[in-house]
Design a protein around this ligand. Structure first.
Ligand SMILES: C[S@@+](CC[C@H](N)C(=O)[O-])C[C@H]1O[C@@H](n2cnc3c(N)ncnc32)[C@H](O)[C@@H]1O
Length: 239
């Protein structure tokens, strides 16, 4: 497909996807809080927003919920829904995501967490700008999209929840964990079971963390994939 045509389709798709995201956020703001601990409800909302276009076919059957040539959540719906249902059982007053990309996962998570924890402070950081403009959506409380920074800039800060999904190399996962994950009561990792990332990246760090903090923390894993492929996978460490 010609580059200009692709860009044009992306611009239109982007607008449609941001509208879907905004609609779901408004719905979450008015939903009963019990629903935000219900995996089936959360999964339906994730599907309603749609997944980020990814031509590698990694979503399996969930590919039917992919936004064509458009932004979205870069997630397996069942994995994120399970993780969010678990987070709903914990008091979270501050949240940092490392690795914004389109900002759809952050926006969805921030909306759910804000509904459950009024006054929540939510921040997402990325070294690159977010072209999908989910950052322009109005939230019930201010949320912060920080561009051009890594976790190095937040090394002194303590967050209740940190979601590490930035640079997936082993060295950077260690660095993000040292900077912001270690001191967080709840630390969530993306791609703990991802064959494309490679065993020596996030999967290696997650395995080591389970050994290093064994007996001092609870570890939860969300690995569902429609074809049982090793794709993405979410790990949550709770103290
Ligand atoms: C896999 S994507 C994040 C996906 C997003 N969390 C989601 O679920 O849709 C990784 C993002 O991390 C950003 N990134 C890469 N290295 C980074 C670093 N050292 N610090 C912060 N962000 C980084 C990239 O620009 C990219 O947007």
């Amino acid at each position: 497909m010609k580059r200009r045509l692709k860009k044009w389709i992306y611009a239109i798709g982007s607008r449609v996807a941001v509208k879907k995201l905004e609609r779901v956020i408004r719905e979450i703001e008015n939903t009963e809080t019990e629903k935000l601990a219900d995996g089936a409800f959360l999964e339906a909302k994730i599907r309603q927003i749609g997944l980020r276009h990814d031509g590698r076919g990694l979503y399996g059957d969930d590919g039917r919920d992919m936004n064509f040539l458009a932004p979205g959540l870069w997630q397996i719906p069942g994995q994120l829904a399970g993780a969010m249902a678990l987070l709903a059982r914990h008091r979270i007053a501050s949240f940092l995501e490392v690795g914004t990309a389109d900002g759809f996962t952050f926006s969805f998570m921030a909306a759910c967490l804000l509904r459950l924890n009024p006054g929540l402070k939510a921040t997402t950081i990325d070294i690159n700008p977010n072209p999908a403009s989910s950052s322009r959506i109005a939230f019930a409380a201010p949320v912060e999209f920080v561009v051009g920074k890594t976790s190095d800039a937040f090394a002194e800060r303590v967050f209740d929840l940190v979601f590490i999904d930035g640079n997936h190399s082993y060295e950077w996962v260690v660095r993000d964990y040292q900077n912001v994950g270690r001191q967080a009561r709840v630390c969530m990792f993306h791609d703990i079971n991802d064959q494309l990332c490679g065993e020596q990246s996030v999967p290696r760090f997650w395995k080591e963390l389970k050994v290093a903090e064994s007996g001092r923390a609870d570890f939860h894993e969300f690995l569902f994939h429609s074809s049982s492929d090793k794709v993405m996978g979410i790990g949550i460490r709770i103290r």
